[in-house]
Design a binder for this molecule. Structure first.
Ligand SMILES: *[C@@H]1O[C@H](CO)[C@@H](O)[C@H](O)[C@H]1NC(C)=O
Length: 215
């Protein structure tokens, strides 16, 4: 019995040592090596010995320039801007909306979003893919709203002052596709666009002229 007990202890010890070895080899982080391409699993990792505290902090979320057609600026801190979030499944962006500013209907193919309003008033909504139900809210300072992954959504400054919000994402690279840009900011032939969207040719040409689309 004594011999068996000893064997058990030895077995347990060697298990623990094995466990320690396994834990010691866990990768704590994978700071993006921006010199290599991004892929479905994110960027490749920088050599840990070259990683510093500066990889885990980002000072780029400064006020964006809202002098543009949408009177809005989205400033991302995704993996491409903020290498420290690579592999962690999170990221953040700053949203500045001038008076009358709008983030047009868009999707993030890769992540859900949670938005927190810091200043002003934002009307935000999303559309379900099942039955196309609209979920619409007016958000004031301190309010948050969540936008499920992949669903069409928008934000509008519905107040009389500038609005500021931050959006967090459940991916280091959530992606962004703005529907109007996808439709009207490329060379998809107008006849095909009319056929596939049921929009009038005149309306398509008007929006292509504004957004820089051709054909
Ligand atoms: C903001 O963008 C506009 C239009 O591109 C440009 O004319 C202006 O100089 C920019 N302002 C700043 C502060 O960069």
């Amino acid at each position: 019995m004594a011999w068996k007990g000893q064997y058990q202890i030895t077995k347990q010890l060697s298990k623990n040592i094995f466990a320690m070895v396994v834990y010691a080899s866990v990768v704590d982080f994978c700071v993006a090596d921006l010199s290599l391409p991004n892929g479905p699993a994110g960027y490749s990792c920088k050599k840990p010995s070259t990683v510093t505290e500066n990889d885990f902090a980002y000072s780029g979320l400064v006020p964006g320039n809202t002098s543009n057609i949408i009177k809005a600026a989205v400033t991302p801190a995704f993996d491409a801007q903020f290498p420290g979030v690579n592999g962690l499944g999170i990221s953040i962006a700053r949203l500045d909306l001038a008076v009358d500013g709008v983030v047009p209907m868009h999707t993030h193919p890769g992540a859900s979003e949670i938005l927190v309003v810091i200043k002003g008033t934002i009307c935000a909504g999303f559309i379900s893919s099942f039955d196309n139900v609209i979920y619409l809210k007016t958000l004031n300072k301190g309010d948050v709203m969540v936008f499920p992954q992949g669903l069409l959504h928008f934000q509008i400054n519905s107040g009389t002052t500038i609005a500021l919000a931050y959006a967090s994402f459940g991916s280091a690279n959530p992606g962004l596709q703005i529907t109007d840009f996808a439709f009207f900011k490329n060379n998809l032939p107008t006849e095909l666009l009319a056929k596939t969207s049921f929009l009038d040719i005149a309306q398509i040409k008007k929006l292509k002229a504004v957004l820089g689309g051709t054909n």
